[in-house]
Design a binder for this molecule. Structure first.
Ligand code: SF4
Length: 243
């Protein structure tokens, strides 16, 4: 089996369209993908973002802040951030040093400060302070790529244009043999080709949950994983067995 990439490459291209699938997706692979998504759904119930938010603006900012950190870490800083800067207008006019101090625990805080302020300024200037409801408009915002846009569109507006691919989804798509692509946009294209459209929104949450609870980066628990009969990487990923 070829060596499997387990990390999402840092360099990402902003694209507003789903990439063409890069792997061969025959009917057998599509059937396996559907079986995997059905089992995930049966195990993990209603999909919900782990990020806390009260409106589309808060979710958009929270997802931008979640890059390279945990949702729990973001949830610790956003109550303070939104208490003082809870609208696009307020955050657009914020002093960058103040924002840096508040979001410092999430890492990459200078870059993230630039992104959330620039995004807020664009929302005010171009969208009357509201979060836009199209992929094209969302990915035009600083710090927003397809992953963030897919989460915001699906969660806040019920619009499903693709599959949000974060580090867990990227890793599991490779382990489960649903993609061999080296960038998130192409992994999304492969997953969309494998899975029925009505599963696209929830499969992000299902794969993230599975990646946190069972198929972790360092110690996948293949021995008790309910997908091990469908997974080509079962028991081979790290050479470690949970038995
Ligand atoms: S069988 Fe192992 S590698 Fe495959 S999804 Fe389950 S935990 Fe991950």
């Amino acid at each position: 089996m070829p060596k499997q990439p387990h990390r999402l490459p840092q360099k990402k291209l902003k694209k507003s369209r789903i990439a063409a699938p890069s792997a061969c997706h025959g009917e057998a692979q599509r059937e396996r993908g559907r079986a995997i998504s059905k089992r995930l759904e049966a195990h993990y119930g209603d999909p919900r973002p782990a990020l806390t938010y009260r409106n589309p603006f808060e979710l958009l900012i929270a997802v931008i802040l979640s890059a390279q950190t945990t949702d729990e870490g973001v949830n610790r800083v956003t109550p303070i951030l939104f208490k003082h800067f809870g609208t696009a207008e307020a955050l657009a006019a914020a002093d960058p040093e103040t924002i840096e101090e508040i979001i410092r625990p999430t890492g990459f805080f200078r870059q993230k400060t630039k992104s959330v302020i620039a995004t807020s300024q664009a929302l005010v200037a171009e969208h009357s302070g509201k979060v836009p409801e199209t992929m094209d408009e969302l990915v035009a915002l600083r710090g927003v790529a397809r992953k963030t846009a897919n989460i915001v569109l699906g969660t806040c507006f019920g619009i499903v244009e693709g599959i949000a691919v974060d580090t867990h989804v990227f890793r599991l798509a490779h382990r489960l043999g649903l993609s061999e692509a080296a960038d998130a946009n192409r992994v999304e294209g492969d997953l969309c080709a494998c899975l029925e459209r009505d599963r696209w929104y929830r499969v992000n949450f299902d794969l993230i949950t599975h990646g946190r609870r069972v198929c972790t980066a360092k110690k996948p628990v293949c021995g008790t994983c309910f997908l091990n009969d469908l997974c080509p990487a079962a028991f081979t990923t790290t050479g470690w067995r949970a038995e």
